[in-house]
Design a protein around this ligand. Structure first.
Ligand code: AMP
Length: 152
């Protein structure tokens, strides 16, 4: 956090740190957190600062699913949508990532996604809602859990 304050970010709130299993081929577990920060920089300048901090932490360029030391993303900002070749806000994948929405919900549950109009709270609930139980198919020969065929 000090290093982010050193590049001009003021922390307003910080979520708990949530541990999650690795994505892709990486072997390491990840610690995820979300912060609300204020900055005088525009989003593109902020992205450049964040990438500089990542590199200072030892990330190598182009390393996608490897064991990266630090990954700093911009999820939402108070200016709505930002779309440039280098930067997309809201973050393109945040609606499908529990490890983003769970900590975000703690500190920014009422922030709205400008694309769907849904709050962070709502997006999290939608993602984590229990899926309906799989129904037994009624195709001939399909067996239930007792091993009996439904439509012999
Ligand atoms: P990453 O995989 O998180 O290291 O990001 C790779 C690239 O995604 C960055 O170098 C950015 O140019 C781009 N990018 C696009 N939108 C975002 C965003 N909202 N936050 C962070 N990076 C972004």
């Amino acid at each position: 956090m000090e290093v982010l304050e050193d590049v001009g970010l003021a922390f307003h709130d910080l979520s708990d740190i949530i541990e999650t299993p690795p994505m892709g081929p990486s072997q390491r577990r990840y610690a995820n957190a979300v912060a609300i920060v204020e900055t005088k920089h525009d989003p593109e300048t902020l992205l450049g600062l964040l990438k500089g901090v990542e590199q200072a932490f030892g990330n190598r360029r182009g390393q996608r699913w490897g064991a990266r030391a630090l990954d700093l993303d911009i999820i939402l900002w108070n200016g709505g949508v930002w779309a440039s070749p280098r930067l997309t806000i809201p973050h393109a994948a945040f609606r499908e990532r529990t490890f983003v929405l769970a900590p975000a919900r703690q500190i920014a549950g009422d922030w709205r996604d400008p694309i769907t109009g849904l709050s962070v709270q709502h997006l999290h609930a939608r993602l984590t809602r229990q899926q309906p139980a799989t129904r037994w198919a009624s195709a001939p020969g399909c067996k239930n859990s007792s091993g009996n065929a439904r439509n012999p």
